[in-house]
Design a protein around this ligand. Structure first.
Ligand SMILES: [Zn+2]
Length: 60
């Protein structure tokens, strides 16, 4: 049996998961927290700008 883990607090989801799109949360509160923190952008711990990597054209 697969264990679902909350996308916000990483706890194992027991019972009925709360689904938001492709993400799963243990409670409505966690779903709300995750959505809010993403919207307000006040937290910087999860802000990671993907590095711009330019791949050179393959020359053979
Ligand atoms: Zn949670």
């Amino acid at each position: 049996m697969a264990e679902l883990r909350c996308d916000n607090c990483s706890d194992i989801v027991e019972g009925e998961p709360v689904q938001r799109g492709a993400r799963i949360y243990c409670t409505e509160a966690c779903a709300f927290e995750a959505g809010r923190s993403k919207d307000c952008g006040g937290r910087t711990d999860s802000v990671t700008a993907p590095p711009v990597v330019e791949l050179p054209p393959q020359a053979e």
